[in-house]
Design a protein around this ligand. Structure first.
Ligand SMILES: [Zn+2]
Length: 359
């Protein structure tokens, strides 16, 4: 029974692991309320994707993944931003060749870029098809419109509120199934397996039935899952206990699809300036590159971040201003604000962000 307990714990932890692009943000609900942004770890130096580690209280709270675009779009064409083909550019005349394979965008069946989720990839490929057939002078407007929708904090708030309302009544069920999974092996060790197992398995079956029914109703109400998707999820919950415990994760999986990771940041009051700085530093980092597509897109992205900040009553200038200078400091990281005693170089913690010298 100890072995079974350890096996269940291992399955539960593995079930909580996610692999995602490094610039994705998982909005994780905290037990005392509010959302906390969590990013995938750096797998190895400079890696473009990494693991998101599970949290102990997760079964009852869920995480809402949000992914940035893996491509820069401009009226002239597109350019891959991350992954093994980063820097590769395509003109719109060649964009018709772009296909889909799960969460990947492909060219001639070869992987071009990873959009983070299948739904995100479908939306991006639809936008690419639209841009490929649009007149050159219309493309600017199409991209600007798409970015405006991606950076809508109003939309993020409304979706998260819907998800809260849909998933909250199931929180007790998630806790109950988790505690029951943990209690079985412990009670069996104390009282003997013959006395515990029938009640343990029976209770788990009952809770699974309740959770599956609840998931079906909530997913239908949210409208993010198609019928096939709902059935697939329900079958995996019946067959695989750890996924039953984490059903709120499944419910929120595509909730923020189509929105930029920063769109949900205003819900994490203390984190918006910090996240916006890191996003601005990220988009400005591409300015030094030689790709005009990337430069155009970085400027457009910076405007979208500014609009979001202004809508939330924050000044973009305050975010870009230098921190209070510590004695001996010659430069700082524009993303995390760490100060350095060297005049130039890159930040140790922020994926090689170039340092800004103090004026
Ligand atoms: Zn930094």
């Amino acid at each position: 029974m100890t072995e079974l307990g350890l096996l269940l714990l291992a399955l539960y932890l593995v079930e909580g692991l996610r692999w995602a692009p490094r610039d994705s943000i998982f909005w994780s609900r905290r037990p005392w309320g509010g959302l906390r942004p969590r990013s995938p770890r750096e797998w190895r130096r400079g890696s473009h994707a990494g693991p998101l580690l599970p949290e102990p209280w997760l079964p009852c709270l869920g995480r809402l993944p949000s992914h940035g675009w893996p491509l820069a779009l401009s009226p002239a064409g597109l350019c891959v931003l991350r992954g093994p083909r980063a820097g590769e550019a395509l003109e719109w005349s060649a964009a018709a060749k772009i296909g889909l394979a799960g969460s990947h965008l492909t060219v001639d069946k070869q992987r071009l870029a990873d959009a983070g989720s299948a739904r995100e990839a479908r939306a991006l490929s639809a936008l690419i098809r639209r841009l490929a057939v649009a007149a050159k002078e219309d493309r600017h407007g199409v991209i600007e419109d798409a970015l405006r929708r991606r950076f809508s904090a109003v939309e993020a708030r409304s979706r998260i509120e819907q998800w809260r309302r849909a998933s909250r009544p199931g929180t007790l069920l998630a806790w109950a199934v988790t505690l029951n999974l943990a209690a079985g092996p412990i009670l069996s060790a104390l009282l003997g397996w013959a006395r515990v197992v029938p009640a343990w398995v029976g209770l788990h079956a009952l809770l699974t039935l309740l959770i599956t029914g609840f998931f079906f109703a909530a997913a239908r109400w949210l409208g993010d899952h198609g019928p096939d998707d709902r059935w697939q999820q329900a079958i995996s919950m019946v067959l695989y206990p750890p996924s039953t415990a984490r059903f709120q994760d499944a419910l929120g999986r595509d909730l923020l699809a189509g929105l930029d990771p920063l769109a949900a940041a205003p819900l994490h009051a203390a984190g918006l300036p910090e996240l916006a700085r890191s996003r601005l530093a990220d988009s400005e980092r591409h300015h030094g590159s030689t790709s005009p597509v990337r430069d155009w897109y970085a400027a457009e992205l910076a405007r979208s971040v500014d609009r979001l900040l202004e809508a939330e009553g924050l000044s973009p200038e305050v975010l870009r201003s230098a921190p209070v200078r510590e004695s001996g400091a010659l430069s700082y990281c524009p993303s995390c604000r760490t100060q350095y005693r060297v005049g130039r170089g890159t930040c140790r913690d922020c994926d090689e962000t170039p340092l800004t010298p103090f004026a």
